[in-house]
Ligand binder design. Sequence first.
Ligand SMILES: [Zn+2]
Ligand SMILES: [Zn+2]
Length: 260
Amino acid sequence: MNAPHKCSATVLPDYHQPLEVRELEVPPVDDGGIIVKIDRATICGTDHHITLGALAPISKTPCILGHEMVGKIEAQGKGREVDVAGTPITTGDRLIWAYSYCGKCYYCAVAHEPTLCTNFTPYGYADSTIHPYVIGGFSQYNYILPGCHVVKVPDEVPSHWASSASCALRTIMHATDRVGGIRPSDTVVVQGSGPVGLYGVVVARAMGAKNVINFGAPDARLQVATAFGADQTCNIETTDNAQRAELIMQMTDGRGADVV
Ligand SMILES: [Zn+2]
Ligand SMILES: [Zn+2]
């Protein structure tokens, strides 16, 4: 399969401006790079913030929004035979991938906080007039840079799950790490019922928490939280802080939550 030389992409021309469909160049694949056809892209709250300029000057315009996506391999550069787990990858396989970090700056090499890398190339808010142009999910094709870690999506995982997991689930896995993990005796309170919060419920449940409580809104989201394993939900639009604190105390014999 050969990737096309051009494709359509949805571009944010400047902050506070309406999106435009533009034709952009799909560059030839370099060693270590991969060209994918986007199979599914999902919308993150950050996409909205980017349109308002909230990430400037780190974000650039014009840019292709979208940093949660799944792409099918169309072309592979030399030296890209496996994903981060060592699983072989080939044409037609579905991938998710991370931003390109340099691995050499202070934040990459010393602090081990690559999301703070001073030389990174993001997807979804990089200048689409600079090579490799197609780096954002709301595009027909994307160029995965040689510095991006990639994960092959297992056959049993649908693309819409993998796409949203590539941002929201990853965020929660990092947060769970930072709080030191979750123990079987823990009562976990997840504040918020957007994608990150809902994945927070899933992860707390999967890690064996005793009680999982979700505070959020609207009710439809809280129903998803229940389906995802929350023992108790609480609508923040119809309760106040005191009522929510009382609920936690009741569920923990007055000890309070272990992880928030
Ligand atoms: Zn995101
Ligand atoms: Zn770096």
